[in-house]
Design a protein around this ligand. Structure first.
Ligand code: ASP
Length: 440
């Protein structure tokens, strides 16, 4: 019998998970049952992906850099990556601002809806948590993010998934130093990391065997924990603007792929789809990273010298979906609560802060909302209205988080292809089946 392709298996798992979740909401015990017996499967899956993220980044980046013939190529790759990341993010924010200013989703929100959302959410612990978190992040100076990139202790950095940029820094430093010693000196280390890289990629294969079941659990849990459908309906126009913007971003990526890399956009989307589906199910580009790396390298043909740098860096600093969402959400909140703040200069400030915020956002669920607080504060949004502002968009945050994470991952993959093409490192895919050597 012909095997069903992985992305279809994942899609079936997602649909069944959503149906199962809705079914469970009809039973009084359904929510508890899903939380106790189904959700843990999804949590284990996300933990497994996070478990291999650090060894994978380390091994693949060190292998990628030490395979380079000279450092100048690394400078080229690094420089182009950062510039293209900034450009795509600015375009995403601009698309968001144009749409929200033309469609004006905030104008349709009645006083009654504001009241309802405020009573329902303004006191919500998660909202206060995000405001407090934004306060902590804001206290640091402008260069703090560069200071934070340099670890004091490599092993401590490796022990904390939030310190991905520190691990990347250490791996680049080690990789470059390996290029500067004689081949006989670097050979044992190189062999070690090559081997680690191959074995960790096999771990990705094994984890992915469980993906269809895991996404079932993740989505069933999202459905049983989601909000009152009436509220979702009131926010439909706002959510629609974000979704429309995200769809435009996909179209933009497809144009870039077609024009710059001369590959078929449909082929690109098909190859990257398992990573997109996981990004959607987990709402975390960091958890999706191992799969994004495997898809981009093996199924799209981007050389490890490029993907091993572009993708981990992208997962942490390039969030086009998140920044588009921040632009739309901040203007939407102003349209409803603070129309006098809608000036041109505030919109320019939104472009700049949303750009920095997307660099600073952690690649985990809900991080975009923390940064939204910083964007709002930067334009002088009245702080007493802040909890109400967040309450306005909170009910639809999870589904939008799932979608923007999918775009974040697609953006990283697109940039990896463009940078690879520009340095002659976009080769033929070397497709292996997920379970190719698995004789379980
Ligand atoms: N969940 C997003 C990510 O991991 C970040 C965010 O927008 O909240 O990419």
């Amino acid at each position: 019998m012909k095997k069903i392709a992985l992305h279809w298996q994942i899609m079936i798992g997602m649909i069944l998970g959503i149906v199962f979740g809705f079914l469970m909401t009809t039973f009084s015990w359904g929510k508890g049952f899903t939380a106790d017996w189904i959700a843990p499967l999804g949590t284990i899956f996300v933990s497994l992906l996070k478990l291999i993220a650090v060894p994978l980044i380390l091994a693949s980046l060190i292998k990628g850099i030490s395979d380079l013939k000279d450092i100048s190529k690394f400078k080229l790759i690094g420089g182009r990556t950062i510039i293209i990341y900034i450009l795509t993010t600015v375009i995403a924010i601009t698309i968001g601002l144009l749409l929200v200013n033309t469609i004006k989703p905030g104008n349709g929100i009645t006083e009654q809806t504001i009241q309802k959302l405020t009573t329902e959410y303004a006191g919500n612990a998660k909202i206060s948590e995000r405001i407090a978190e934004a306060g902590r992040q804001k206290e640091s100076g402008p260069l703090q993010f560069i200071v934070d990139m340099v670890p004091q202790n490599a092993f401590k950095a490796m022990g904390d998934n939030k310190k991905m940029l520190q691990v990347i820094f250490f791996a680049i430093f080690l990789g470059i130093s390996m290029l500067l010693v004689t081949p006989s000196q670097s050979e044992p280390l190189k062999k070690f990391f090559d081997s680690l890289n191959d074995v960790v990629l096999k771990m990705v294969d094994l984890i992915m065997l469980t993906a269809p079941y895991a996404v079932f659990a993740l989505l069933a849990n999202v459905v049983v924990t989601s909000d009152d459908p009436d509220i979702l309906l009131a926010l439909l126009k706002y959510a629609g603007v974000v979704i429309f913007g995200l769809v435009l971003m996909v179209a933009f990526y497809c144009i870039l792929v077609a024009v710059i890399t001369k590959k078929s956009p449909l082929w690109f989307l098909k190859q990257i789809s398992p990573a997109q589906l996981l990004a959607f199910s987990t709402s975390s580009s960091a958890a999706t990273l191992p799969v994004t790396m495997e898809r981009v390298e093996e199924h799209i043909g981007v050389d490890k010298e490029v993907s091993s740098f572009v993708l981990p860096v992208g997962a942490t600093i390039n969030m086009d979906g998140t920044s588009l969402y921040q632009a739309v959400a901040s203007v939407f909140i102003m349209q409803v609560l603070w129309p006098e703040g809608l000036t041109f200069s505030n919109q320019i400030t939104i472009v700049l802060t949303a750009l920095l915020a997307s660099i600073g956002s952690a690649a985990v669920p809900g991080a975009g909302m923390v940064m939204l607080v910083i964007v709002l504060e930067a334009i002088g949004f009245p702080s007493d209205k802040l909890p109400i502002g967040l309450a306005l968009i909170f009910a639809v945050d999870r589904p939008l988080d799932m979608l923007r994470t999918t775009i974040n991952v697609t953006g990283d993959a697109t940039v990896a292809m463009i940078v690879a093409k520009s340095v002659g490192k976009l080769g033929k895919p070397n497709v292996k089946n997920w379970d190719d050597e698995y004789k379980g």
